[in-house]
Design a protein around this ligand. Structure first.
Ligand SMILES: *Cc1c(COP(=O)(O)O)cnc(C)c1O
Length: 420
């Protein structure tokens, strides 16, 4: 290079302020026990791909049909992602461009609904998601939302109630799929109900995508008209969204993502999604998905045996909810107590909760991340003991310190991201 040419990409200057923050976040992830049901530790290959030069490329449009030149390689990356996700889930159409799960849902709405059309979805406080019609979300602002709830006794989805509501409301779209529902979702029953009233069915598998891919939850493919999801929860990939559907919806869905609701796709994320889909096709991922559910059942049963009330009495998937109202501690306070011991969870409304979403009567616990770390049955019992001990001694600082030491010891045995 000529001496007086400046190549600005060669700048070696480090951004110390941000690098320090990233280092602190890495330490936080390494030193805490992550039991947030929607989080996971993605692979180093996924992280490397996200940090690649693909981020530089504008690629509005779709493979071989772009509004920019120079897309020959990102075209390949997106096509690989599409082909792999179709193979993984057995779908015949996929859109891998949605920047997030909410974006995927929004795109489906834009594809098939008009403003003020009726949607029947699960109530947020019973486990639904804000993008299914919460009043402050676009879905709640532009559409006419009706919610089904879980049965107050069993805390399970009451399919008879869903059917009754569907007949009364006559929605154009029924949404199933949840953020905090610990049981199998019967997509076929939802299909029957949707058919009876002539509604579209959308299955939002954001949480359980990895379980479906790993054969641990029945699939919605071939049953729901639209399957939306995220790639960063149990699927263990980069933060992002996706839509799977029958080929006949290709045109309207592609249009609804771009230009309907997004501009340029995140090609570095799409390539990382492709990496994730490949990983999820492996036999070790199937074992992983099984271990996630087994661990969840073990931890849930342990806490139940310790006297905690589990919403719906148990779990079939990667998460469960604890109702703390009889324990004299709120979800908000329990989150703080466990955080002080190095256990990261989230507070959660429970069905028919009489507390506000800020306080809540419950907490949500998930095993996707600790299973990625390699923990098994034995560790679930240790964890169950620590959680019980901490919550039963919530005002005793020295006992909480003891709990923290036990967490530190457990974490030390399961290091993550060692060569970062
Ligand atoms: C997590 C979640 C989403 C949203 O995903 P984002 O990527 O955060 O937008 C959508 N639907 C359900 C059911 C979820 O649990």
């Amino acid at each position: 290079m000529a001496e007086n040419n400046k190549n600005h990409t060669l700048s070696k200057e480090k951004d110390k302020e941000i690098q320090d923050i990233i280092k602190k976040e890495l330490d936080r992830q390494r030193s805490n026990l992550l039991l947030i049901a929607s989080e996971n530790y993605t692979s180093q290959e996924v992280i490397k791909t996200m940090g690649s030069v693909l981020t530089n490329k504008y690629a509005e449009g779709y493979p071989n049909n772009r509004y920019y030149g120079g897309c020959e390689y990102v075209d390949q990356a997106e096509q690989v992602a599409i082909d792999r996700v179709n193979r993984l889930f057995g779908s015949d159409y996929a859109n891998v461009q949605p920047h997030s799960g909410v974006n995927a849902n929004t795109a489906v709405f834009v594809a098939i609904l008009e403003p003020n059309d009726r949607i029947l979805s699960m109530s947020l406080k019973d486990g639904g998601h804000l993008s299914h019609g919460q009043s402050h979300n676009l879905s709640g602002k532009y559409f006419d939302i009706y919610n089904y709830c879980v049965d107050p006794g069993t805390e399970l989805i009451d399919y008879e109630q869903v059917k009754k509501m569907a007949k009364r409301v006559r929605p154009k779209l029924i949404i199933c799929g949840a953020s905090s529902y610990s049981r199998i979702i019967d997509f076929k029953k939802f299909r029957e109900i949707a058919d009876e009233v002539g509604a579209y069915l959308m299955a939002d598998i954001a949480h359980i995508a990895g379980l479906i891919a790993g054969g641990q939850h029945p699939t919605s493919i071939g049953i729901a008209d639209f399957t939306t999801g995220t790639t960063h929860k149990t699927l263990r990939g980069p933060r992002g969204g996706m839509i799977l559907a029958d080929k006949k919806y290709k045109k309207i869905l592609d249009m609804a993502v771009f230009p309907g609701t997004q501009g340029g796709p995140l090609m570095h994320i799409i390539a990382a999604k492709a990496v994730c889909f490949r990983e999820a096709m492996s036999s070790s991922f199937k074992e992983y998905a099984k271990d996630v559910v087994d661990n969840c059942k073990t931890l849930c049963q342990h806490l139940k045996d310790e006297g905690f009330r589990i919403v719906s009495g148990g779990t079939d998937n990667h998460l469960f909810l604890i109702d703390l109202s009889e324990k004299g501690i709120t979800g908000y306070d329990a989150t703080g107590v466990l955080a002080s011991c190095g256990i990261v969870i989230n507070k959660n409304l429970i069905p028919y909760d009489n507390k506000s979403p800020v306080v809540t009567s419950g907490i949500r616990i998930g095993t996707a991340a600790v299973t990625t770390q390699g923990m098994g049955k034995k560790e679930m019992h240790i964890l169950g003991d620590i959680i019980t001990f901490a919550l039963n001694n919530k005002d005793n600082a020295s006992r909480l310190r003891q709990a923290k030491e036990k967490v530190d010891a457990l974490v030390a045995d399961f290091p993550i991201y060692q060569n970062f």
